[in-house]
Design a protein around this ligand. Structure first.
Ligand SMILES: NC(=O)c1ccc[n+]([C@@H]2O[C@H](COP(=O)([O-])OP(=O)(O)OC[C@H]3O[C@@H](n4cnc5c(N)ncnc54)[C@H](OP(=O)(O)O)[C@@H]3O)[C@@H](O)[C@H]2O)c1
Length: 322
């Protein structure tokens, strides 16, 4: 994907300005040069799983994938919210195939069990989109003893990816991360955020940084099964997550926020495109992006390996020697 130099420069400047790139201005301008849409029907007959799809970007991702013909599986913690989401998708697209699964990705044992049942039901999965996300106002520990953003954004997705590995061969993994990761370096010394004053925004951004590193680790490890792994960030989208967790930010940026479909666009595109996009990339508005901007330092190879060790120790997968 070679961009004309002027378009590439404008795209980069928009990204650095944040407001021009992350709001609805981003896709409105970038649409002029971004890669073409996946062909209609690109996903007919293919199963895809989207976590945290009872609302916000997950629901929009499910909508976009169903529009391309996918058999869509959606998850969330609340049965009635999930049921409403499924009903909404079917009202919009009566021929869509949508199955709802109550599954809390922050519960590692339940996630491993969910993956086991899912693989038995769906032996070939085209893609999993790890979208579920939280920004708790205070430090919250799961019954299994993990800080909630770590469990939801890192540990649970890891358990789910490896639980689905056999059915994902030849398929794709997409991690929905955040531009907030740019503000945090990789922290492997206190990854459970056990010390210091807890801030939900910081915990969120730290674990979003971990997701960027995990994308590269998964891409490396899963290449032997021809599973391609990418992360993306949606920009700033108008979702319950933003209005509930960041009300002042939402009030300030309100008219400029992109809608959920525009926020989900790159996740849908990464799942469905036939373009040669390789593996291990970080994307926004259908373009590969840098994972670091100064002044936040790049993690060392030792820190990266330490994260891999920590994740494997905490989850037990992939097992040593696997
Ligand atoms: N909106 C933005 O501008 C923005 C910007 C950057 C990144 N993101 C990322 O985009 C993703 C979606 O964000 P959003 O704004 O759409 O958030 P949202 O409106 O709060 O939606 C989050 C979804 O995740 C589900 N969920 C939360 N915890 C879960 C768990 N443990 N297991 C399963 N599902 C769970 C929620 O459903 P239940 O509560 O019913 O389980 C809900 O469907 C997140 O990863 C977020 O970090 C969003």
């Amino acid at each position: 994907m070679v961009l004309h130099a002027a378009a590439a420069a404008l795209d980069w400047a928009m990204d650095k300005s944040l407001v021009l790139g992350y709001t609805k201005i981003g896709p409105a301008v970038r649409r002029a040069w971004w890669p073409h849409d996946p062909v209609p029907g690109a996903l007919v007959g293919r199963h895809v799983l989207v976590t945290g799809a009872s609302g916000g970007l997950g629901l929009a991702t499910a909508r976009g994938l169903a529009h391309l013909g996918a058999v869509v599986h959606i998850t969330g913690r609340d049965a009635s919210r999930l049921d409403d989401a499924r009903t909404r998708l079917l009202e919009e697209q009566p021929l869509a195939e949508v199955t709802a699964h109550v599954a809390d990705v922050s519960d590692l044992a339940a996630t491993a069990e969910f993956a086991r049942r899912f693989v038995a039901e769906v032996p070939r999965l085209h893609a999993v989109v790890h979208n579920a996300g939280v920004m708790p106002p205070r430090r919250t520990v799961t019954p299994e003893g993990h800080e909630l953003t770590l469990a939801t954004h890192v540990l649970g997705p890891h358990v789910l990816t490896y639980g689905l590995r056999a059915s994902l061969a030849g398929g794709r993994v997409v991690l929905v991360t955040s531009g907030g990761a740019y503000g945090q370096r990789l922290d492997v010394d206190d990854w459970e955020y056990a010390s210091g004053d807890y801030s939900g925004v910081t915990a969120y951004a730290r674990t979003k940084r971990m997701q960027l590193v995990l994308t590269e680790l998964w891409a490396r490890d899963l290449a032997s099964d021809d599973i391609r792994v990418h992360s993306m960030h949606p920009g700033w989208a108008d979702t319950p997550g933003v209005t509930d967790s960041l009300p002042r930010f939402a009030a300030l940026t309100g008219p400029l926020l992109r809608d959920a479909d525009a926020g989900a666009d790159t996740a849908v595109w990464l799942t469905a495109t036939a373009d040669a996009i390789g593996t291990g990339g970080f994307w926004h508005d259908r373009r590969r992006r840098a994972t670091h901007y100064a002044p936040v330092g790049v993690e060392t190879p030792e820190q990266v390996e330490r994260l891999w060790e920590l994740v494997r120790e905490a989850t037990g997968v992939p097992a040593a020697g696997a």
